[in-house]
Structure formats: structure tokens, C-alpha cells
Design a protein around this ligand. Structure first.
Ligand code: UD1
Ligand code: CA
Length: 456
């Protein structure tokens, strides 16, 4: 059966108090609309139509994809008016599912009963809530048959008591929709064309109207302000945390943990509090992540431990390494197995070989470090001459004394020793000692200056 999905995303979102269109506000690092699109795509629709309005250009740019058709609603005269704008783009036959761009946690499984099944019926996703303030209420007759939805602003005292609400998510037989949308009017408290007014028309045409209940209220909650956005962010993170806990990951505190992308974990992974995982992160078996690590697009092999407070981006880390605290690893870096990087060590676009150690206060950029290299404290690769970047190559088993500078491009051959305080400007051969140091001078009987007494 042909499935159209229309996503309403024209609203302004005034209460966000923001220049960013509401559907572009991030949840778990991605726009609200992207989450709705995930659920939509999981249903394999024939067509997805996004109705834009406020910030249309920005929304289009952010969501553009070959499988999406955008239509513009200008100005915005209500949810019924919004679907009218999409009408021309609907593929004929089958069903049309309407989703809201600011209801991000909806799951495909919840939508399936609306999208599939008997074609000739209208389905409305409803929910029972404690506080129905602002929502349209589902009005049923004595036989419990749905009759209509009454908007909060149009509701009578008695109707305001109803706890069953319209989530705003509907599915219609596409062939019937045009006829109903054409008959909508705006004789209501808000002077808008209400999509909900389709229900009584369908009933009059002897089309079944079915309410499908959604028990998980977070799935149908909308984002109208930043407090609600923060609430849904937590709900989403809790969902991810639960999945990881069920899969055997030890989260020290599932409430202090954020995934903004895709986190894959092996067995017996331990994650301490305050960590943020962005993009694609893979943690091998037995990996331990200390408190407050921020990782983006990182692959970590088995048995490695991150001590607290590291910032690691686009890097591959081998097995049984120890990193941190306070290590910064920048894009294009790979660490082989059993590497140790310590506090205030920054590594960028470098390959670090097996068993190599840089324990304190170093900058390693555009460098190939061999195996078993010892990098002394304060070692700096001077990779930038003000115009271009140059590489440093340090071969296996090199010992680098503290406070050494490598003026790139430069190569140090295997087994060489660099004395502390050396500035390496030329290639160093294998197994030699390189030293560049001003000779120490001793001045006997030297007196420290004393503070002169101020006059007057
Ligand atoms: C709507 C429903 C209400 C339901 C509630 C659920 C109607 C008449 N009311 O009310 O029954 O309980 O959602 O959250 O349908 N939009 C457009 N163009 C417009 C107006 C809205 O694209 O002209 C989009 C908004 O961006 C938003 C969605 O439609 O994503 C809902 O609009 P909103 O104004 O929030 O509707 P409510 O008054 O909350
Ligand atoms: Ca709303």
C-alpha cells in the first residue's frame, strides 16, 4: 500500500525565544525534525512531505535529502491549512500519515498500526495525560465511539475535564483526504483551519474513525519551550542508557551520561559519570571510561582505560592503552596498543606506535612516533612555520629527553637519544646522542639584587 507521510513543521515556536526555527533545535545533538524523519523513514513510505513556514529556508537546508519533498505554508493558518499545502504532492491511493515536526520521540512501532492495516479508515493517535492543558480533547459518545476533537480554546467546562488528548498524529485514506480538506472552515476560537475537523466529516461519510492509544506519553510530547526540550532530552537519554544497561554496560549513573550519536560497546565496559559521546563511538571489551570524558567519532580497542577529563575527536585508540587525565587527542590520530598518554599532552594528526609513552606536557602534531618511544615532559613538535605544516618522524626506540623541540620537517632514526633541552633541526642518525645545549656557566660570589629603599 502506498504510504505518504506529511510532517508539519511550519510553526514558529515563539516560546523557545530563539532565532533558530523550532524544529531545528537539537535533541541528542540532532534537530528535532531529524528524529521525526528517522521514525518516518523506518516505515518505508513512498513519499515524505515536509511543510515548512517559519525559517523555511533554514529548515530546507538542514533537512534536504533526495527522499523529501518540501512545501511552503505561507502564512500559517492552522494544521488543516498546513496539510492542504501538501495535498498536491501526495501520491494517489493508500494512506497518508501526518506527523508533527516538534514531537521528536515518536517511534516507528507506535505509528505502524496507523500506517498499516485496513485502508479505508481514519486513525488518530491519542494518549491519556494527567495535565491536558493546551491539548485538543477527544470527545466520545455514550457508546465510546470517537465523535470529534475539541481544541482547548473551544472546549466547554465539561470537555476540559477530559484526559484523553489528541496527539496531533493521524492517518487517512489518501483518496478521501482532498474532499475533506476542501470543506474545512475557520469558524473557531483561533480563526484557524483545524485538521481535527476532518473527523466529523469522515464519520458523516461513514468512514471508520479509530483512536489508537499510545501508553508511552513521552513519545507524543511536543516541544514548545526549552524546559520541555530539556525534559525530552533526558527521556531520550534514559532510553539509551536503559538499552546499554540491558546490554551489559556498567553506567555508574545513567542519569549523568549523554549520547549524541551512536555508541557501541563490547562486554564489561564501564562508564563513569559526566561523559559525552558524539558521532560514532565504539568501545571494545573491558574498556573503562573515567569521569568527564568527551569523545567524538572515536574507536577504542579492548582493555584501554581513559582516566578522567579527556577530549578526543576522530581518533582510533588501540588496546590496553592508558590515556589521561587531561589529554587532548585531535582528528587523524591513531594510537597503537599499550600507548600511554598523560596529563596535558596534545596529539594531532599523528601515528603513535606500540608501547610509546608521552606522560606529561607535550604537543605532538603531524608526527609519526615509532614503537617504544619515550617522549619526555615538555616535548614539542614545531610543525608550523607560519605558512605550512611539516611532519616529524621519530623511529622505534628513540629516547627523547625533556624540553625538546623538533623543528619539522625532521627525522630521528631508530634508537637515537635526544638529550634534554635539545632543539632538533637536522636528521639524527640511528643510535647516536643528539644534544644542543648552551654550556653552563658558573659565576662565583654572585649576589642577588636587593630591593632599593624608596626615598621619603
Ligand atoms: C494541535 C492539535 C491538538 C493537539 C495538539 C497536539 C489541531 C487543530 N490541534 O494543537 O488537537 O492536541 O496539536 O500537540 O490540529 N503547524 C503548521 N502550520 C500551521 C499550524 C501548525 O505547520 O499553520 C505545525 C506546527 O509547527 C506544529 C504542529 O503543526 O508542529 C502543531 O501545531 P500547534 O500550533 O502546536 O497546534 P496545537 O494548537 O498545539
Ligand atoms: Ca503544540
Amino acid at each position: 500500500m502506498t504510504l505518504n507521510i506529511v510532517i508539519l513543521a511550519a510553526g514558529q515556536g515563539k516560546r523557545m525565544v530563539s532565532d533558530l526555527p523550532k524544529v531545528l533545535h537539537p535533541l541528542a545533538g540532532r534537530p528535532l525534525l531529524a528524529h521525526v524523519l528517522d521514525a518516518a523513514r523506518a516505515l518505508s513510505p513512498a513519499r515524505i512531505i515536509v511543510v515548512t513556514g517559519h525559517g523555511a529556508e533554514q529548515v530546507r537546508k538542514a533537512a534536504a535529502a533526495p527522499d523529501i519533498v518540501f512545501v511552503n505554508q505561507q502564512p500559517q493558518h492552522g494544521t488543516g491549512h498546513a496539510v492542504q499545502q501538501a495535498q498536491e504532492q501526495l501520491l494517489p491511493g493508500g494512506r497518508t500519515l501526518v506527523l508533527l515536526g516538534d514531537v521528536p520521540l515518536i517511534q516507528a512501532e507506535t505509528l505502524r498500526p496507523l500506517a498499516e492495516g485496513a485502508a479505508d479508515r481514519v486513525c488518530m493517535l491519542t494518549a491519556m495525560v494527567d495535565d491536558a492543558d493546551g491539548y485538543g480533547r477527544v470527545v466520545r459518545d455514550a457508546g465510546k465511539q470517537v465523535q470529534c476533537v475539541v481544541e482547548h480554546k473551544d472546549a466547554s467546562r465539561a470537555q476540559l475535564e477530559i484526559r484523553e488528548i489528541n496527539t496531533g498524529i493521524f492517518a487517512y485514506p489518501t483518496a478521501r483526504l482532498a474532499g475533506w480538506l476542501d470543506r474545512l472552515d475557520n469558524n473557531n476560537a483561533q480563526g484557524e483551519y483545524y485538521l481535527t475537523d476532518v473527523l466529523p466529516m469522515a464519520l458523516k461519510d461513514h468512514v471508520n474513525v479509530e483512536a489508537v492509544a499510545c501508553a508511552d506519553v513521552t513519545q507524543v510530547q511536543g516541544v514548545n519551550n526549552r524546559a520541555q526540550l530539556a525534559q525530552l532530552e533526558r527521556a531520550h537519554q534514559q532510553r539509551i542508557a536503559q538499552r546499554l544497561l540491558d546490554g551489559g554496560v556498567a553506567l555508574i549513573d545513567p542519569a549523568r551520561f549523554d549520547v549524541r550519536g551512536d555508541l557501541q560497546c563490547g562486554t564489561d565496559v564501564i562508564i563513569d559519570v559526566g561523559c559525552i559521546f558524539e558521532g560514532k563511538v565504539k568501545l571494545g571489551n573491558g574498556v573503562r571510561i573515567g569521569a568527564y570524558n568527551v569523545l567524538r567519532d572515536v574507536d577504542i580497542a579492548a582493555g584501554t582505560e581513559l582516566l578522567p577529563f579527556n577530549h578526543i575527536t576522530q581518533a582510533a585508540i588501540g588496546s590496553n592503552c592508558i590515556v589521561g587525565p587531561y589529554t587532548r587527542i585531535r582528528p587523524g590520530t591513531t594510537l597503537a596498543d599499550e600507548v600511554h598518554l598523560g596529563n596535558f599532552v596534545e596529539v594531532k594528526a599523528s601515528q603513535v606506535g606500540y608501547g610509546t609513552k608521552a606522560s606529561h606536557l607535550s604537543y605532538i602534531g603531524d608526527t609519526t612516533l615509532g614503537s617504544r618511544v619515550n617522549v619526555g615532559a615538555g616535548t614539542i613538535t614545531c610543525n608550523y612555520d607560519g605558512a605550512n605544516k611539516h611532519r616529524t618522524v621519530i623511529e622505534d626506540d628513540v629516547f627523547i629527553g625533556s624540553d625538546t623541540q623538533f623543528i619539522a620537517p625532521v627525522t630521528v632514526r631508530r634508537g637515537a637519544t635526544i638529550a634534554a633541552g635539545t632543539t632538533v633541526t637536522r636528521e639524527v642518525a640511528a643510535d647516536v646522542l643528539a644534544i644542543s645545549r648552551v654550556k653552563q656557566v658558573v659565576i662565583e660570589g654572585w649576589k642577588r639584587p636587593v630591593k632599593s629603599k624608596k626615598e621619603g
